[in-house]
Design a protein around this ligand. Sequence first.
Ligand code: SF4
Ligand code: SF4
Length: 173
Amino acid sequence: MTGAQKLYLPEVLKGLAVTMGHALKNLLNPKGMPVISFPEEKKDLPPTTRGRHRLMKREDETPRCTACMLCATACPAECIHILAAESADPDVEKVPQKFDIDMLRCVFCGFCVDACPLDAIRMDVPEIDLAGYTRESLVYGKEFLMNHDNKDIVANYNPPRPVVWTHGPHAKP
Ligand code: SF4
Ligand code: SF4
């Protein structure tokens, strides 16, 4: 370190100058501040956003999943819990009797989606602000993952919306 750096005070003042510079810039131009008033305002999500899971269905409304456990095995957070049952369809060996995802443990890595050989699980529901009052409410079960609002949400999401950044360096005027 140079002598001036060893004194620390000039460096502290330099840091303060940077902070005050940003503060003044934002005060003079509040619209340029990279802030959104969540939850009233929500940021537009890029179409590639990895959101909440959903379980895909066959044409007869049964789950596409065959309870092969590959997703649960690939999951680093061990938050997928599947109970397999025999399928009534002779062409399908197994179905999930229970398929729970503990969203409080999920790290949104997408390994489960990559591991699935049947495209039975997707992470394309554009919900990222998952919240609840109890732990149990954030353990999503099979029925929820197959049905809950998925149709409307995904209908509005696919084809992907154009990327429109509402704030930050990519924001459009
Ligand atoms: S996204 Fe990752 S952590 Fe979450 S359930 Fe899938 S594999 Fe597990
Ligand atoms: S979602 Fe896919 S990987 Fe997971 S158990 Fe079902 S078929 Fe297997």
